[in-house]
Design a protein around this ligand. Structure first.
Ligand SMILES: Cc1cc2nc3c(=O)[nH]c(=O)nc-3n(C[C@H](O)[C@H](O)[C@H](O)COP(=O)(O)OP(=O)(O)OC[C@H]3O[C@@H](n4cnc5c(N)ncnc54)[C@H](O)[C@@H]3O)c2cc1C
Length: 398
């Protein structure tokens, strides 16, 4: 039993899973989650693809690989237990050109090292058996890849926290974090709350919130908008499961894919467009402050120098539905601009190092009494319960 108060900044799925895990594992601890919005999971958690990744892509031995695979089993069990949506609709990672076969083979080896269950290489004919309307010359089939409803899971986590005597303080934008004797004072304007320890899970604002806590400047968060198209209702029958491209290994993004949702709609996306505001859900949304921050960071220029061609291509897809659907059409031939309407968008919080490297792995570190989650991009929703376990084991039980 402890009688500590642990604060969490951010009521996305990572913060809420962590708060829940602390409440479960450390009886007597009071958890207080500070969230700037009036509801939970309004940012990345509420604007993602809803996929429970099986662990195919991630470097063996990385936090992403280990916590994704562990996260799947925890999440599956939790969804079953709470009657939340969890549908194993399966996924194809499809090669459409000969020159992709080597990369597909590398992915297969990675996935085997990560112990992705039941993954198989399949032929052109087997692709058509699973997905009669798909293109491609070969594929990886991951039958256990699932879809779920992350905002519903996040709300359930929040209820677990309040049910154990904790609190989720909505409308509490954290503006100050100060070390005081034996603890930390968390401020929002004139309001002050004292906690014994603090975990920062601020998503798109994880660098600026970390700086309030005197943590190091790097890595900086770069917002990448992911825009979706929606298949028109009379075209959704063309897709049964998840259909993904073989990803470009230079990027942490998986490429535009076909994603059935638990509500029966089918999304095509997301692309990855550099957003001009951290919460830039629309093309025209610009934050001068965020833009200045981007321009002042050497890593942004180094990244731009390396990847400007891809950036231009992504902007073209953002401006033109036909350009957006040109690549996607290779995976389900015949599907084009006429078959979709514009859907929503999410913004990814992608950490960028000073040397222009997009940080691939999850990054979590300790600054005194504060644990800072500095990079938790995809598959952090899948891995959320395992990230929470990792934080509690590594930090609190140490
Ligand atoms: C387009 C897109 C598609 C994706 N697809 C998938 C997928 O299919 N599967 C998967 O596993 N992952 C996916 N991801 C990644 C996944 O959504 C994120 O990794 C995950 O949601 C991160 O959760 P989080 O809690 O760290 O961040 P968030 O959900 O962004 O939560 C951070 C919270 O912190 C709050 N906050 C920030 N600053 C402050 C402050 N100063 N004071 C108080 N509160 C603050 C914010 O308001 C927010 O609620 C996708 C992401 C995007 C954007």
């Amino acid at each position: 039993m402890t009688d500590e108060t642990i604060g969490i900044v951010g009521a996305g799925i990572v913060g809420l899973a962590t708060g829940r895990e602390i409440a479960l594992r450390r009886p007597g601890t009071r958890v207080v989650v500070f969230e700037k919005e009036q509801q939970v999971s309004l940012h990345q958690t509420g604007h993602n693809s809803g996929v429970v990744h099986a662990g195919i892509y991630y470097t063996p031995g990385s936090l992403k690989a280990d916590l994704c695979v562990r996260g799947v089993s925890l999440l599956r069990e939790y969804c079953q237990d709470r009657a939340l949506p969890y549908q194993e609709i399966g996924k194809l990672v499809v090669a459409v050109r000969e020159d992709e076969l080597g990369r597909m083979e590398n992915l297969y080896e990675r996935a085997r090292n990560n112990h992705v269950p039941d993954l198989r290489r399949i032929s052109r004919d087997e692709i058509r058996e699973l997905e009669p309307h798909a293109g491609g010359i070969a594929a990886l089939h991951s039958p256990r890849t699932a879809i779920t409803d992350y905002p519903a899971i996040a709300r359930e986590f929040a209820q677990d926290i309040t049910g154990s005597g904790g609190e989720v303080k909505l409308g509490f934008p954290v503006t100050g974090i100060t070390n005081v004797p034996g603890g930390i004072e968390v401020a929002s304007g004139q309001q002050r709350v004292r906690v014994d320890r603090l975990v920062l899970c601020a998503g798109l604002h994880s660098d600026s919130v970390a700086r309030l806590a005197q943590d190091r400047r790097e890595p900086k968060i770069i917002p990448f908008r992911g825009e979706y198209m929606l298949l028109k209702p009379d075209r959704t029958h063309l897709v049964r499961g998840l259909i993904y491209p073989v990803p470009d290994p230079r990027y942490p993004f998986l490429g535009v894919h076909f994603t059935p949702r638990v509500d029966g709609t089918v999304e095509v996306g997301p692309n990855a467009v550099l957003a001009l505001a951290r919460e830039g859900y629309r093309l025209g949304r610009i934050s001068p402050r965020d833009l200045l921050g981007l321009a002042a960071y050497p890593g942004s220029w180094r990244m731009a120098a390396q990847h400007w061609r891809t950036g231009v291509k992504e902007y073209r897809g953002s401006l033109s539905t036909a350009a957006f659907m040109k690549d996607a059409g290779q995976y389900v031939p015949g599907v084009g601009a006429k078959d979709v309407v514009r859907g929503g968008a999410g913004v990814r919080a992608q950490a960028l190092d000073r040397d222009g490297t997009l940080v691939d792995d999850f990054r979590i570190h300790q600054v005194g009494r504060i644990t800072a989650v500095r990079n938790a991009p995809s598959p952090a929703a899948t891995a959320s319960m395992a990230i929470a376990e990792h934080i509690v084991t590594a930090v609190f039980d140490a």
